[in-house]
Design a protein around this ligand. Structure first.
Ligand code: FAD
Length: 321
């Protein structure tokens, strides 16, 4: 059944996050040949509309307003609800990012709609749109279908894949004026921690360190390997708790969920709470000096050895490629 689906483009530092294009690809599947409408909310976001179209959106609707220059759940939910109302859309897809995780449940409650969160795959089978999502900290997957007509999901970054960019694609860009009001939170200033390199949630390669790195300086060889591979550095909670690195790097049940093409775990034992954040990575390499470490159970390649010897060796070899 062809349907009109809205897809939120997520903007960070003036650019669209990659998950926005994955959301478009998801929207395309959910639309079943209907229309995919990109939605951009913020200040001066219309300049990004064509990129959403080049990645597969049929057209884009913007809500431009200084009150939504920064994300707040009140401002964005009012804006998206206004677009949904104007467009009479039958589906909505967001990225399963910090923003999506905050916004989607609020919208679902307002819309009295069901929500499939953290979808990792979408297929159309037997007349139903079937969503796959991990459960029990990634130990199993469940498949979900909607029994009501409105389809609403968030998609996990790095899983759905993006459609091929077509620079010749064009589409209409229109704007909707929304009277954003009664904001309970107003963002006065955004103070960012200096983060180096690639965004951890969207990185194709993650080099993660655990308590085995032993100190803040122990992360240096990991940073070098990540830089040679064009990847990001992550960490276990053990490493964060020991103050070897910032909590923004934590991967796991209470940290970030990552699904890179390559995950290199260095000095990480593989506690269940850590596996919850990385076990769906496409290829997992574990470096640990304990051959019994649990991380080897999920690893595709295991290296039993001292990370301070193995990691620099890997870096030197990758430099030659
Ligand atoms: P350890 O378990 O101490 O493992 C260190 C490993 O390094 C060992 O396997 C050791 O053999 C190896 N090693 C040591 N030296 C070297 C060397 N030179 N070379 C190679 N290997 C070496 N954890 C998370 O990671 N993410 C979460 O989100 C998370 N959430 C949690 C939520 C709850 C409610 C709870 C209770 C716990 C949570 N934890 C989480 C903590 C989790 O249970 C583990 O304690 C933690 O993951 C352990 O971190 P680690 O593997 O770095 O440390």
């Amino acid at each position: 059944m062809a349907r009109k689906v809205l897809v939120l483009g997520e903007v960070r530092d003036g650019s669209l996050r990659n998950v926005s294009f994955e959301a478009v690809a998801a929207g395309k599947a959910v639309s079943e040949g209907g229309e995919v409408v990109g939605v951009l909310i913020g200040e001066s976001v219309n300049t990004l509309a064509q990129e959403l179209i080049q990645f597969g959106a049929d057209r884009v609707v913007t809500v431009e307003n200084e009150k939504v220059a920064s994300y707040t759940s009140d401002g964005f939910s009012q804006s998206l609800l206004a677009v949904l109302e104007a467009e009479k859309a039958e589906g909505l897809i967001l990225g399963h990012t910090a923003l999506g995780k905050d916004l989607a449940p609020k919208l679902a409650a307002k819309l009295q709609a069901g929500l499939v969160s953290d979808a990792t795959a979408i297929e159309v089978a037997g007349g139903n749109v079937v969503f796959t999502r991990p459960i029990y900290s990634g130990k199993a997957f469940e498949k979900k279908i909607f029994t009501d007509s409105f389809i609403f999901a968030t998609v996990r970054p790095n899983n759905i894949g993006v459609l091929e960019k077509d620079e010749s694609r064009t589409g209409n860009v229109s704007s909707i004026s929304v009277d954003v009001k009664d904001l309970r939170t107003v963002i006065k200033e955004v103070v960012r921690k200096a983060t180096e390199g690639v965004d951890l949630s969207e990185a194709k390669v993650v080099v993660a360190g655990g308590r085995g790195v032993k100190s803040e300086d122990g992360f240096e060889p990991l940073k070098e390997l990540a830089s040679v591979l064009g990847g990001a550095v992550g960490a276990s909670r053990g490493a964060c708790d020991a103050e070897y690195c910032d909590y923004s790097l934590q991967i796991g049940q209470t940290g970030k969920v990552v699904t890179p093409d390559l995950y290199i775990a260095c000095g990480i034992s593989g506690a269940i709470q850590h596996l919850a954040g990385m076990s769906n990575s496409k290829v997992i390499v574990a470096i640990n000096k304990d051959p019994e470490a649990n991380i080897f159970k999920v690893a595709d390649y295991g290296i039993v050895g001292d990370l301070f010897e193995v990691v620099p060796m890997l870096t030197e070899e990758f430099k030659k490629l």
